[in-house]
Design a binder for this molecule. Structure first.
Ligand SMILES: NC(=O)c1ccc[n+]([C@@H]2O[C@H](COP(=O)([O-])OP(=O)(O)OC[C@H]3O[C@@H](n4cnc5c(N)ncnc54)[C@H](OP(=O)(O)O)[C@@H]3O)[C@@H](O)[C@H]2O)c1
Length: 255
């Protein structure tokens, strides 16, 4: 029952909504884009590997999609992705700030170039995405922002200093945004997944024992598991906002 509170309220339709997903070329962002498109949303697919975005758009034939090259570290790229979305569809309803990557090394052994790139992507790139993606929602006093943080932003681990720090920043930025824009009609959700098997592990240069040590025999998550949870958050009626969503493999104990 749209707009009603109480246990009998159902989920909202996403048909015709306009979404922008950063990091749509792989893993979680790709799965979220696919799930949104399947629900009838029109989706801007943003990432650096534009050929991947075109391949995804082709796979989603039947859905309305727009592939835009976007490096979230570059303010002009981010502005362009938002502008192209508005040009094409005139509005923005769902912003998924998902682009990011991981890295594990004891702090005293950390590679400073990787640290800088990580802060530029996971923190500064997130801020740019929010700075330029949220105003069109404020104008219409409606919308939903989903930020892909991590369980690493909630629980620090040895070797995770830079990544955990970047994701703790992402969760804090998201909570500040929630307080700023919630009263103006924009819902904000921080998603904090545990182990999800994607290209994340190879991009992060994980040694082969890292994931088994985290899972200790538990079955991991896969990107569609996270996409399903994100979809649920986006489908809440206008009076409700899921502000924080921790999703771990059922058997993952730590982190
Ligand atoms: N996998 C996990 O265990 C896990 C757990 C918790 C949270 N997360 C978070 O979930 C998000 C997605 O990770 P994933 O598992 O899906 O990893 P993935 O498969 O490696 O995907 C990462 C995505 O981020 C994009 N990206 C990276 N740097 C970018 C940049 N500068 N500008 C634009 N896009 C950029 C990549 O696209 P291009 O390279 O084409 O630009 C790619 O689409 C990340 O923020 C990650 O920290 C992952």
């Amino acid at each position: 029952m749209t707009g009603e509170t109480g246990v009998t309220g159902g989920l909202e339709s996403l048909r015709g909504k306009v979404a922008l997903v950063t990091g749509a070329s792989s893993g979680i962002g790709e799965a979220i884009s696919e799930a949104l498109a399947r629900e009838g949303a029109r989706v801007t697919l943003a990432a650096r590997r534009v050929e991947r975005l075109h391949a995804l758009a082709k796979r989603l034939a039947g859905a309305e999609t727009l592939a835009v090259e976007c490096d979230v570290r570059d303010e002009e790229h981010v502005k362009n992705a938002v502008a192209r979305t508005l040009e094409r569809w005139g509005q923005l309803d769902i912003l998924v700030a998902n682009a990011g990557f991981g890295y594990r090394k004891p702090t005293v052994e950390g590679d400073t170039a990787i640290w800088k790139d990580m802060i530029d992507t996971n923190v500064y790139g997130l801020l740019l995405t929010l700075k330029h993606g949220v105003p069109p929602m404020l104008e219409r006093k409606s919308g939903h922002v989903v930020v892909m943080s991590s369980i690493a932003g909630v629980v620090a681990t040895p070797g995770g200093g830079a990544y955990c720090g970047s994701k703790a920043a992402a969760s804090a930025i998201t909570d500040a945004l929630r307080m700023e824009v919630g009263p103006q009609g924009v819902a904000v959700t921080a998603v904090e997944p545990g182990v999800v098997i994607s290209e994340f592990q190879s991009v992060a240069g994980y040694a082969p024992d890292i994931v088994p040590n985290m899972l200790k025999g538990a079955t991991p998550l896969y990107p569609p598991d996270v996409a399903r949870a994100v979809l649920f958050a986006c489908q809440q009626p206008v009076n409700a906002a899921i502000n924080e969503l921790i999703i771990r493999p059922r058997g993952q104990v730590y982190p």
